[in-house]
Design a binder for this molecule. Structure first.
Ligand code: NAP
Ligand code: ZN
Ligand code: ZN
Length: 362
């Protein structure tokens, strides 16, 4: 560690704030005190109003990606109000609404960062939680907390006209589906599949529909059919039915797979037409075997996509505000978070849990 970093750590004053954390892969979330730095010149201090509950929170709390640093304070779908700003801050003033997604920093110098693709930073982005905290040491702590301190370069603007609770999930579920749909140029004249009607999937349906595609939702849950149509799907396919799946063989331009658990990816690759692409945004714990012949015949592509860059996240928030798109949410108190995780595992959420952070003070 350099002398200047040492002195920064020593001189960084902190404030203690309330949060909920988990201490091991098998323990429940429970109240926990964390430190936030006093704002540096480029920082904004945000009092958190709402934080969405992403399946990635659950994967990481339970160490399903095998890289969790405990204690972990999850939460990367954050909206709140600015209560303090550093001396250099230009984008925000006290009283403004602000949002934070999955990243709070990156190297800002590598070729990915220079292209505005901070999520693919060659030196690894600093994720909102479960990353190394450059300022305080130890892990970064996320949004299941009273407040957060973030460099304004990684803080997003949100309109005062939007529903704040329903906007929080856009910070991960929204951008993670918006970015690949834009990258693969989904639009009118295309047949697009979305796999899994959860937090990401329901945003994928809404956004693909808004971009003008013909949208087909694949679900394992017969009870979600009506919702999927209401959310914007033109057709719904029950993926457990071989007959229903076969009707769509070799017909899709693009499929976005947002499933959180092990499933048969080949069943979807075979639905792509010539030169079609299946992009994975779901991040199950175990590898997904792919049949070579399924890719060879039809020159099909199997791809992946991770969240989105800061500029694109702002573009997505502005697009959603302009088109009146937000998440369908069930608001919970932080005290219900362990029960919410159990329900998330069963696919029993319509379609994103969002924590009302006022409950933290109860
Ligand atoms: P979620 O709300 O729990 O939704 C997942 C959906 O997958 C469920 O609602 C269910 O939909 C389907 N599903 C669950 N188990 C299944 C199984 N065994 N077989 C088939 N389908 C199943 O989760 P989420 O928050 O949307 O996150 C989805 C995944 O994306 C997670 O793995 C998460 O970590 C990952 N993620 C990735 C990124 C990224 O940057 N790429 C960002 C955020 C999240 P149906 O009931 O409709 O079948
Ligand atoms: Zn997420
Ligand atoms: Zn970088």
């Amino acid at each position: 560690m350099s002398a200047s970093t040492d002195s920064l750590l020593a001189s960084t004053a902190t404030k203690t704030v309330r949060s909920w954390a988990t201490q091991s892969a098998t323990s429940p979330l429970a109240p926990f005190s964390i430190r936030r730095r006093h704002p540096l010149p480029d920082d904004v201090v945000i009092d958190i109003l709402y934080c969405g509950v992403c399946h990635s929170d659950l994967h990481q709390v339970r160490n399903e990606w095998h890289n969790t640093i405990y204690p972990v304070v999850p939460g990367h779908e954050i909206v709140g109000r600015v209560v303090k700003t550093g001396g250099n801050v230009k984008k925000f003033k006290v009283g403004d609404l602000a949002a934070v997604g999955c990243m709070v920093d990156s190297c800002r110098a590598c070729s990915s960062c220079r292209r505005g693709l901070e999520q693919y930073c060659e030196n690894s982005p600093t994720f909102t939680y479960n990353s190394a905290d450059k300022h305080l040491g130890g892990p970064t702590f996320g949004g299941y907390a009273e407040s957060i301190v973030v460099d304004e370069a990684f803080t997003l603007k949100i309109s005062s006209a939007v529903n704040l609770a329903a906007t929080a999930p856009l910070l991960c579920a929204g951008i993670t589906t918006y970015s690949p749909l834009r990258h693969w140029k989904v639009g009118p004249g295309q047949k697009v599949g979305i796999v899994g009607l959860g937090g990401l999937g329901h945003m994928g349906v809404k956004l693909a529909r808004a971009f003008g595609a013909h949208v087909v939702l694949f679900t394992t849950s017969p009870g979600k059919t009506e919702d999927a149509l209401r959310l914007g799907a033109h057709e719904v396919v029950l993926s457990k039915s071989g007959d229903e799946m076969r009707k769509h063989a070799s017909s899709f331009d693009f499929i976005l797979d947002a499933v959180s658990a092990t499933h048969d990816i080949n069943a979807y690759i075979s639905l792509l037409k010539l030169d079609g692409t299946l992009t994975l945004v779901g991040a199950p714990e175990l590898p997904l075997p792919v049949s070579a012949f399924n890719l060879l015949f039809g020159r099909r592509s199997f791809a992946g996509s991770g969240i989105g860059g800061i500029a694109e996240t702002q573009e997505m928030l502005d697009f959603c505000a302009a088109h009146d798109i937000a998440s369908d949410v069930e608001i919970i108190a932080i005290q219900q978070i362990n029960e919410a995780y159990d329900r998330l595992l069963k696919g029993d959420v319509k379609y994103r849990f969002v924590i009302d952070m006022a409950s933290l003070k109860q």
